[in-house]
Design a protein around this ligand. Sequence first.
Ligand SMILES: NC(=O)c1ccc[n+]([C@@H]2O[C@H](COP(=O)([O-])OP(=O)(O)OC[C@H]3O[C@@H](n4cnc5c(N)ncnc54)[C@H](O)[C@@H]3O)[C@@H](O)[C@H]2O)c1
Length: 486
Amino acid sequence: MNMTDQQINSSANTSPAQTENIKRVFDKQKSNALILRTSTADNRIAKIKKLRDAVLARREAIYKACYDDFRKPETEVDLTEIFPVKLEANHAIQHLRKWMKPVNVMPTKATFGTRSHIRYEPMGVNLIISPWNYPVNLTLCPLVSAIAAGNTVMIKPSEMTPHTSAFLRELIEDLFDENEIALFEGDATVSQQLLDLPFNHIFFTGSPAVGKIVMAAAAKHLSKVTLELGGKSPTIIDQSANIKQAAKTMAFTKYTNNGQTCIAPDYVYVHHAVQHDFVAAVKQEINRAYGQTPDVQQASPDYARIINNNHFNRIKGLADDAIAHGAQLDAGGITQDDGENFISPTVLSNIDKTSKIMQEEIFGPLLPILVFDDINEVIDHINSNEKPLALYIFTKDQELAQKVLNETSSGDACINTGLIHYLHANLPFGGVNHSGIGKSHGIYGFRAFSHERSVVRNLFAPTLLLAPPYNKFVKWLAKSVVKYMS
Ligand SMILES: NC(=O)c1ccc[n+]([C@@H]2O[C@H](COP(=O)([O-])OP(=O)(O)OC[C@H]3O[C@@H](n4cnc5c(N)ncnc54)[C@H](O)[C@@H]3O)[C@@H](O)[C@H]2O)c1
């Protein structure tokens, strides 16, 4: 299962032969998609089981690939890569028969005399483009939904996690015929070659900037899109909150995967009455989780790394700029530019809202803390920015939580916890506008990869009584319809 560097590089070429190959596989999948339209639940469940079992059987290779890519700790691989795939697969296996059933709907007054239902049909040929930050999870969970909905799929994982992408290619090649599921490694140029093709649906997970490129490409063919994007997800900590619990949750959700999580708390608004207690509690949590000193933290097997040197420099730049704008370094800030891309778990307070750290998604282990007195100021600030992917509120005051939910928008929200909504298979997961379009997970993922086709069967609908010529009777009938039938 081990990939040599040569194997990794040779599999990621973007030559004309690769372009031809992509087109060839697309054509094969297009033909096969017609056959898969009538695939049974048993057939799809068998494929999902095959995928799930192979992921579980190849656990060791996944640990190694994720470690080689960004020193991701084994336990984080278990919890955030393997477990979500198993969860998504088992949920689909359990519920797919029900999801696939046509849904009967009642006639309305205007469609009196008909019987109708909604059919969930496969979209056809799908493209999944995935990011590097949860490379197994964010490639295979959408794939489970795509298989559940009876589709063919072409996949483009991220070039930034070459070991995991190579693992995924081998996995897909071992399990599936290319006319059904195929994976192409490579960078944005490979994405572009794929995006030139008239996919029926594109499921993209990544940054809002690339999301716009994907949507523009989809527009050329009017491909359906699901965009799972990012943004600056705020956290609000009210003075009534359980500070210890809030601090523990912040440290866990911010520093897991080294802060490279789309739904990580990006910045925290804490009430001034509990500011010092909160900062002290977060520092205590960092020390407890990763060790007291930068050396111990750097040696901790439980702390992943920044994905590459570009991101390391970008994140270091955000911290330096915040400090240049007057931020106070409460914890961390130690960076190690020795090829390890290590930035220690960092807490910054006294943040100037014009500093860069408050302008772009941080996507790294920096926790900026802002202080508030009046919740309305926080709400105004959130509403002055793009709609975030997630919003977290820590409070015992239910009215305050309700006010924040009522007066702001975000993809999803949690009260007195964080991140866990991602694992809730009965909830739609996804952003809104700048943080995403469309939803995933469970039945929502199944529907993202399906076309909801409405079917009306006529029994005794009197529709034809309204056909021309519009004589006196038809005119009277039309006026009665307008008056009574809506
Ligand atoms: N909503 C979610 O579920 C979710 C999950 C994880 C990450 N994200 C977001 O993803 C971002 C981080 O991931 P990333 O750095 O891999 O994102 P990215 O947008 O840079 O890359 C994502 C994918 O798009 C490809 N790509 C890059 N440039 C492209 C281009 N010009 N044309 C076509 N394809 C291109 C990449 O090769 C990669 O496969 C963050 O913004 C994060 O919030 C969102």
